[in-house]
Design a protein around this ligand. Structure first.
Ligand SMILES: Cc1cc2nc3c(=O)[nH]c(=O)nc-3n(C[C@H](O)[C@H](O)[C@H](O)COP(=O)(O)O)c2cc1C
Length: 380
C-alpha cells in the first residue's frame, strides 16, 4: 500500500530498520518531554482560514541566501543517514534535487561530500560543520566544501555534550557499535536491511565509516569515538564562531540558536543566517520547542539575517506555521529519513512531495498564494 503521509512512512521505516537504528532516528533524550512538547506545540498552533482569495496558482518558491528554492524547505543535515539505505545520503540528495531544494551534507555523513556531489550531480549542496577537539580537521573540511563550490555552511553549535539517550543502553545501538546478542538478534529480525544495506556495504566498500574524518582516523563506526581528536568539541565559544567566520567567505548560518541574545550576537558578529532549532528534541529534553521561541527571535534579527527553523515537521501545515512565526524556510530531518529508510530515493521523493502538496493545500485554505509572503497574522 502506498503511504499517504509522513506518519505512514515512519511506520514503514520502523518495520524495515533494525530497532536500534530506528530508535536512533526516531527518538529523543531522557523522558522525551522535549519531543512531545515539539509535537504538541505544532498541533496546538492554529492557522486562520481566509476565503475568497485567488489561490488557483500558488507560488511555493522562495529565495534563501540568494538561492531560489522550489519550496521553502531544506533537507536537514543528519549524521549516519547513509545507514538507513545503501548510499542513503546520495539518495536523499537526489530526492532534494528532484524537489528543487537543497540537501545539507552532515559532517558525520557516511558518504563524502565529493562523492555525493558526483553522484547527485546538479544537487544544491550545503555543508554542516561540527567542530572537533582538533580544529584542524574542521578547517580542512571547510577547504573541501569550498573546493566543491558549496556556498552555504551550517555551523551547528548546540551539541556541547552527548545527549542522554538512555534507550541506547537497551538497544545496543551506540557509537562505537559493540557486538552484542541484542544487536545480532535485531539484525536477524530485519533481514532486508541486513542484506540490502549492511551486507551490500560489507561486500563493496567495507564497514561504513564517517567519510569526513581524515584518513588517519578513518575508522569504522564500530570504533570511532575512542579517538579524542575526532570527538565533538566540548569547549565551543564565540571565539570559535569568529574563527569559522574568518575562514569561510560563503554564507555562514548558525544552527541551534534558541535565545534572542544569541541570535543578536550572531548577527553582530557577521552571521548570514541562523537556524532556530531544538535539534528535533534530540539534545536537551528541557528545551522549549523551536516554534515557541521563533517569533521573538525573528522579530529581533529578521531584518539583519536569514532566519530558518526546524524541529517536528511532519505535515505541510507545520511548515506554514513556521513560516507564519517568522522563518524564511524550514529544515526537515526525520521526515525524509523515514522516506529514505522505507524506499530509498523514491521514498524520500514521496515524502517531499507529500509535504509540498500539504503545504499547497494549507496555503489555499488560509488564502495565501505566495509562500514567501505568509505573515504572522495567519497564526491565530
Ligand atoms: C538521525 C538524525 C541525525 C542528526 N544528525 C545531525 C547532525 O549530524 N548535525 C546537525 O546539525 N543536526 C543533526 N540532526 C538534527 C537535524 O539537522 C534537525 O535539526 C532535526 O532533525 C529537525 O527535527 P525533525 O527531525 O523533527 O525534522 C539530526 C537529526 C536526526 C533525526
Amino acid at each position: 500500500m502506498t503511504p499517504l503521509n509522513v506518519e505512514e512512512f515512519r511506520a514503514l521505516a520502523k518495520r524495515r530498520l533494525p530497532r536500534g537504528m530506528f530508535e536512533y532516528v526516531d527518538r529523543g533524550t531522557e523522558d522525551e518531554v522535549g519531543m512531545r512538547a515539539v509535537r504538541n506545540g505544532l498541533e496546538d498552533a492554529k492557522l486562520r482560514p481566509q476565503v475568497l482569495v485567488d489561490v488557483s496558482a500558488p507560488d511555493l518558491s522562495t529565495v534563501v541566501l540568494d538561492d531560489t528554492l522550489q519550496m521553502p524547505v531544506i533537507v536537514a543535515p543528519t549524521g549516519g543517514a547513509g545507514m538507513l539505505w545503501h548510499d542513503g545520503e546520495v539518495q536523499l540528495a537526489r530526492a532534494a534535487r528532484h524537489a528543487g531544494i537543497p540537501f545539507c551534507v552532515a559532517t558525520q555523513s557516511i558518504t563524502s561530500m565529493e562523492e555525493i556531489a558526483d553522484r547527485a550531480r546538479g544537487a544544491n549542496l550545503w555543508f554542516q560543520l561540527y567542530l572537533f577537539e582538533d580544529r584542524e580537521i574542521a578547517w580542512q573540511l571547510l577547504a573541501r566544501a569550498k573546493a566543491l563550490g558549496i556556498r552555504n555552511l551550517l555551523f551547528t553549535v548546540d551539541t556541547q555534550r552527548h545527549p542522554k539517550k538512555e534507550w541506547i543502553n537497551r538497544s545496543g545501538f551506540r557509537v562505537p557499535i559493540r557486538p552484542s546478542l541484542v544487536g545480532a538478534m535485531d539484525l536477524l529480525a530485519h533481514p532486508r536491511w541486513t542484506l540490502d544495506v549492511l551486507a551490500r556495504y560489507l561486500l563493496t566498500t567495507g564497514i561504513p565509516c564517517f567519510a569526513h574524518y581524515p584518513p588517519e582516523f578513518h575508522t569504522p563506526i564500530t570504533r570511532v569515538t575512542k579517538q579524542v581528536n575526532v570527538r565533538l568539541a566540548r569547549k565551543l565559544t564565540w571565539d570559535d564562531f569568529e574563527q569559522v567566520r574568518n575562514r569561510w567567505d560563503g554564507n555562514l548560518v548558525v544552527k541551534g540558536v534558541m535565545k534572542r541574545q544569541d541570535a543578536e550576537r550572531a548577527a553582530a558578529l557577521g552571521a548570514d543566517g541562523i537556524v532556530v532549532s531544538c535539534h528535533g528534541g534530540r539534545n536537551m529534553d528541557a528545551s522549549p520547542p523551536a516554534l515557541q521561541v521563533l517569533p521573538e527571535i525573528a522579530d529581533a534579527v529578521g531584518g539583519k539575517l536569514t532566519v530558518l527553523a526546524d524541529s517536528g515537521i511532519r505535515r505541510g501545515s507545520h511548515i506554514a506555521k513556521f513560516l507564519a512565526a517568522g522563518a524564511r524556510a524550514v529544515l526537515v530531518g526525520r521526515a525524509p529519513l523515514y522516506g529514505v529508510a522505507a524506499a530509498g530515493e523514491h521514498g524520500a521523493r514521496a515524502v517531499l512531495e507529500i509535504l509540498r502538496d500539504e503545504l499547497d493545500n494549507c496555503m489555499a485554505f488560509t488564502g495565501q498564494s505566495q509562500a514567501s509572503a505568509i505573515s504572522r497574522d495567519v497564526l491565530v
